[in-house]
Design a protein around this ligand. Structure first.
Ligand SMILES: O=c1ccn([C@H]2C[C@H](O)[C@@H](COP(=O)(O)OP(=O)(O)OP(=O)(O)O)O2)c(=O)[nH]1
Ligand SMILES: [Mg+2]
Length: 153
């Protein structure tokens, strides 16, 4: 499978030397795990969140692509460690450090260790809209029905 080239800068010298470079864990992995580039372990009390640097920046460049930062399922389900913004969206023109908002939505204290995999980065296609303002839409089967209008079962 051909892979999309994306420019990457390593902002923290520990990456590649102590903290592994991000890589796809398996051939079929959709996400690259992002690691906590912390100076020391960080303890998150229940309900607390912190913005954690990853030591990396990417320049996606192509406006028909974006990055998404998503939680890791194990951390989220077992430990309640998800993202403070629920999902992170990385614009194609963003060149700053990738940051992960880690939120402890669980009931126990959780310690994020230095270099720990805290979230994952997924490259996704994007289609930008060019809005055409109209007075009325052509009728559709659904019309304005939503929020359960088709019934529950
Ligand atoms: O989890 C995230 C979410 C965003 N970003 C960076 C990349 C993104 O391109 C930029 C702006 O994100 P967004 O547009 O979601 O935030 P905003 O609050 O609208 O900020 P801005 O006014 O800078 O667009 O912040 C991250 O590093 N991590
Ligand atoms: Mg924005």
């Amino acid at each position: 499978m051909s892979k999309q080239p994306v420019q990457l800068r390593i902002l923290d010298a520990r990456i590649g030397d102590g903290i592994p470079m991000p890589g796809y864990a398996t051939e079929g992995s959709a996400g690259l795990d992002l690691r906590a580039c912390l100076e020391k372990p960080l303890t998150l009390a229940p309900g607390e969140s912190a913005l954690i640097p990853t030591g990396l920046s990417v320049y996606i460049e192509d406006p028909s692509l974006a990055g998404m930062i998503l939680p890791r399922s194990g951390l989220g389900h077992k430990h309640g460690i998800v993202l403070g913004n629920l999902v992170g969206l990385i614009d194609s023109d963003y060149q700053g450090e990738l940051m992960v908002s880690c939120w402890n939505r669980g009931r126990s204290v959780f310690t994020v260790n230095v270099g720990e995999r805290i979230a994952q980065f997924v490259l996704v296609p994007v289609v930008q809209a060019r809005f055409e303002v109209v007075e009325e839409f052509q009728a559709s089967d659904r019309g304005e029905g939503g929020f359960g209008s088709t019934g529950r079962h």
